[in-house]
Design a protein around this ligand. Sequence first.
Ligand SMILES: *Cc1c(COP(=O)(O)O)cnc(C)c1O
Length: 396
Amino acid sequence: MSFQNPVFIPGPTNIPESLRKACDMPTIDHRSPLFGQILHPARAGVKKVLKSETAEVFIFPSTGTGGWETAMTNTLSAGEKVLAARNGMFSHRWIDMCQRHDLDVCIVETPWGDGLPADKYEAILTADKNHEIKAVLATHNETATGVKSDIAAVRAALDAANHPALLFVDGVSSIASMDFRMDEWGVDVAVTGSQKGFMLSAGLAIVGFSQKAMEATQSAKLPRTFFDVADMGKGYANNAYPYTPAVGLLNGLNESCKMLLDEGIENVFARHTRIANGVRSAVAAWGLELCANDVSVYSDTVSAIRTPDSFDATEIVTHAASKYGVAFGVGLGEVAGKVFRIGHLGSLTDVMALSGIATAEMCMVDLGLNIELGSGVAAAQEFYRGSTADNQMGAA
Ligand SMILES: *Cc1c(COP(=O)(O)O)cnc(C)c1O
């Protein structure tokens, strides 16, 4: 594997030089006002990225998975009901975690390739007259299938049923890359990590709690120690953590938020949409299909591409790594061997995306797929030439 080539896995993403430098810090006293000068701006930056005025932001030394655990253990008690749809590997793992925490998960099985069924959520919530369901889980962007879901529609389902359940959103592969509106969508816990849209290495679980979620922490009885937001909040009041923080990564996060907000968060979203459209033009030119079943659910951060039935899609990923030193994502779970994934999120330009498209194309031709060399690249080139990217510096 080459260290020069960008990666095209859907996280961890490419780390801009400025963020690598920001993470490289001498040791400081992590219980001092100096640490506060890193911690508090980083939390304020995250809050802006989440588009929230009122959320409490907590940052744990962990990953997105720890963010899931933070959401459930701080707001729920054993035996309580939660509602979740399973439409890919990540929603599956979140459900599994709930079950291991003795939550009673009402699972809506959903085809891998579809978005979350807000209509089914509404019917179930409406029928739940006694409000036994305490939380609704929504994976905003299913990274396994390249499917985004409509969180506003999930909120509308809760509202239509006049249901008080909390809304948890896994935004690990959407926040800081795709449109996300914590307050407007009434999200109670937003979960992400440092290594996707924030363009850092893995190591931070980043969560936003609404005031309603903060209230739920008062009565929630699931055991929590490392991920206790009350302990964390007390630490923050003293410019500290209950334990040792990942100071360098937090400094990187502070810098990352500045980068995203300097580029303009709407510009960041537009860049992801444009790059994704270029990738999708290439997929169409190859005569291949996405795992995502409808244009309305196409993800702007990752494309899962179906290969012909008799072909093992994982070979593309193995071959790309060994012959060209480039990383793509394999298919996971139900779609293992059926799809390969091009991650197109984080620090990426049109030109970088073209190199990934060209590499995927070479691999497919090398492996005997009936694809014309240059066809996908040409389609993406035409798309990027014709689209209006007036600022490619933001992603550099
Ligand atoms: C990457 C990812 C996760 C898991 O995050 P980790 O940081 O690997 O723990 C969870 N959900 C989604 C949608 C993801 O893309």
